[in-house]
Write a protein that binds this ligand. Structure first.
Ligand code: PCO
Length: 207
């Protein structure tokens, strides 16, 4: 986000640059819907992990949304001085939204691991810019003590939680762990981004 040189006051971008990421949960079937919602507000670029690609129908994504995958990370890199994709995307974005956030990607980012494009972006993230996560996983995984620990750790970094909801899950179980509805994700991020940008504090919605 830019600031005025005279005052240092943050300028709210008219159309923010939104980096929307999906990791490997079945809730990634809703990624297209999320992309279309966020396009109403800003410029959208998308990232999908290898596991997310099981659930994201690439051909259904809006043509204006560039989808980056792990294959793109190094295919454009030829020599010293060339751009590195995860650093360029980290610089480009005004806001990062990870929806869905799988149990595995949550554990990796909480531990600082960075073995794919998405986790490298998070590992390089500038926490003065907002980062929202919408976890999605089976209830047994959600209730596992690791989840609480990992959410607590990323909350301390300034990550904002879009909590999962209770409903019938993909496996037929009924319980908490479904990704928040795309409309809720979109409205919550947009409102909180605008509020925190206006107050000059992007961390006031932290977990
Ligand atoms: C898989 N995990 C899940 C958790 C994520 N599920 C959801 C919803 C969808 C249908 O409304 C799949 C989007 O249930 O977010 O199901 C093992 S049980």
């Amino acid at each position: 986000m830019e600031s005025t040189p005279e005052t240092g006051t943050q300028v709210l971008p008219a159309r923010p640059r939104i980096l929307l990421a999906a990791s490997g949960s079945v809730a990634a079937i809703k990624f297209e819907n999320l992309c279309r919602s966020f396009m109403e507000w800003g410029e959208v670029r998308a990232v999908a992990t290898k596991s997310a690609l099981h659930f994201v129908d690439k051909s259904s994504l809006p043509s204006s949304v560039i989808l980056y995958t792990d294959d793109d990370e190094w295919s454009g890199w030829k020599k010293i001085g060339d751009e590195v994709l995860h650093i360029e995307l980290r610089k480009w974005a005004d806001v990062l939204v990870i929806a869905p956030l799988s149990a595995n990607t949550l554990a990796k980012v909480a531990g600082g691991l960075c073995d794919n494009l998405l986790t490298c972006i998070v590992r390089a993230w500038d926490y003065s810019k907002p980062l929202y996560v919408a976890p999605a996983m089976n209830t047994f995984m959600l209730n596992n003590p690791f989840t609480k620990r990992h959410l607590h750790t990323i909350g301390e970094l300034g990550v904002s939680l879009l909590p999962p909801i209770t409903k019938k899950l993909a496996c037929g179980d009924y319980g908490n762990g479904a990704m928040a509805e795309p409309s809720v994700i979109y409205n919550t991020v947009r409102l909180s981004f605008n509020e925190s940008s206006a107050s000059g504090n992007s961390k006031d919605q932290s977990i």
